[in-house]
Design a protein around this ligand. Sequence first.
Ligand code: FAD
Length: 478
Amino acid sequence: MSSCMEIPSSLVKTKETARIVIIGAGASGIAAATRLLEQGFKHVTVFEAEDRIGGRINTIPFGENVMDLGAQWCHGEGGNVVYEKVKDLDVLKPTGEYQMHFLRSNKDILSEGQSRAIAEFLATFKVDENYEGSVGDFVTQLYWKDAVKDTDNKTVAKEALDCMKKVICTSDACDHLFELSTRNHLNFKECDGDQNLSWKDKGFWVFLSLLLGADKDKPGDQGSLKGHVRLNRRIAEINWSGSGELLLCWNGEIVRADHVICTVSLGVLKEKHPKLFVPPLPSPKLKAIDGLNLGTVNKLILEFEEQPLPEPMLDVMFLWVEADLRELQAGEFFWLESLCGFHRVDGQPRILEGWIIGAHARYMETLTEEKVLEGIQWLFRKFCTFDVPHPKRFLRTQWHSNPNFRGSYSYYPTYSDEIRAARSDLESPLSNMAGNPRLQFAGEASSRDHFSTVHGATESGWREADRLIEFYKGRDEI
Ligand SMILES: Cc1cc2nc3c(=O)[nH]c(=O)nc-3n(C[C@H](O)[C@H](O)[C@H](O)COP(=O)(O)OP(=O)(O)OC[C@H]3O[C@@H](n4cnc5c(N)ncnc54)[C@H](O)[C@@H]3O)c2cc1C
């Protein structure tokens, strides 16, 4: 630590003089910072490790308009703060009629009836709150006992179950369903209404632009946070010893603060907490960081000269015939087992988007783009009866390799049940003896009922801003 960055200090703090540092400019950091500024706090500084704001919301120009490399859908309407903010602006598009198409690795196509039955199971299964076991156990038992009990084709039914389990993993971010706690479904409070509203042509950035009062057409515009955000600043140490000011270190410089709101992802906390926090965090917080997980879900985005899926196909989902699966697992493209399928993207007529999960998604991140594309083209040839040409542009995400994220979104593994890890422990602020909040935590993983989403992240940022607003209430006159 060498030089010192000046953020004004005074003896008696009010919201005009309190120095607040927010670590991370994702949805939660932006929500906290904008609310504090709106409420009259003057010294709010956001340190962001990346060269852009937005975090796991990353809207980039692509194809006809934009693509979201991170968050993509607004999940629900009633009780969803994202929906509340944008509902009158005609920027969201409802899911509409959707028919899934399942292809087998021997090029058979499942009938409409078979496909509808699988989609129906996926859309309607609900975890029983008294069930003892993982989501994988629950889904497997329910499927064989109820959904396909009368089937005369157990082979295809098994292939479909394998595919469905992967689809569920993409929404829960776990590596596989047998490590997923039922708490992930039982504790998550679904907002009413359409679960997959897509953005018409400006991506998830629209939501951030509204929080920031920024330009809707310019992802990255800092709006009301101009002058308050420091990009390319990865905080290396937060010294919260004593009961007064906190000292943060970035690249040898010291930053002094009265309050810190830390919004880094659970993946960053897991990797960095031993060095990031001095002294170490208390044990309930460490238990939550250890027990909960940040899973990996990546996107594979292909832009073609024209849409390769024949009408009226909106997607292709892959079912592996057992012998083909064995062959795949023994070969260089083994990681393709965790690629569930590809679908069209609303408002992007020439694009296909695929999803890959878990350990294979992390392996995929280590390959060159050329190698990944080679695998995907092999996969299309293996499953499709129609030609899928070479794309004119290809992108894949690497959320796990990026040291500023280390994954995609959080979930409860069964291990977290075993050690009683709770999101409330991740949320709780570290205060001094007088009960004054000093080191606070926000971010999607700290949301008790809307974790893994943008609305949960936003609520968590507002929660911590409100904690400070409440603390400083009436202090202006001191
Ligand atoms: C592929 C993918 C698809 C998703 N799909 C959806 C969806 O459809 N709908 C939905 O609601 N949600 C979705 N999500 C989840 C959603 O994106 C996240 O829940 C939300 O954006 C998280 O916001 P956050 O503020 O908690 O964290 P982040 O966005 O991760 O913000 C934390 C910030 O901290 C920064 N940082 C890290 N370390 C440091 C440091 N030491 N110093 C300074 N800065 C640091 C990071 O760079 C980052 O910008 C998806 C996520 C992914 C990855």
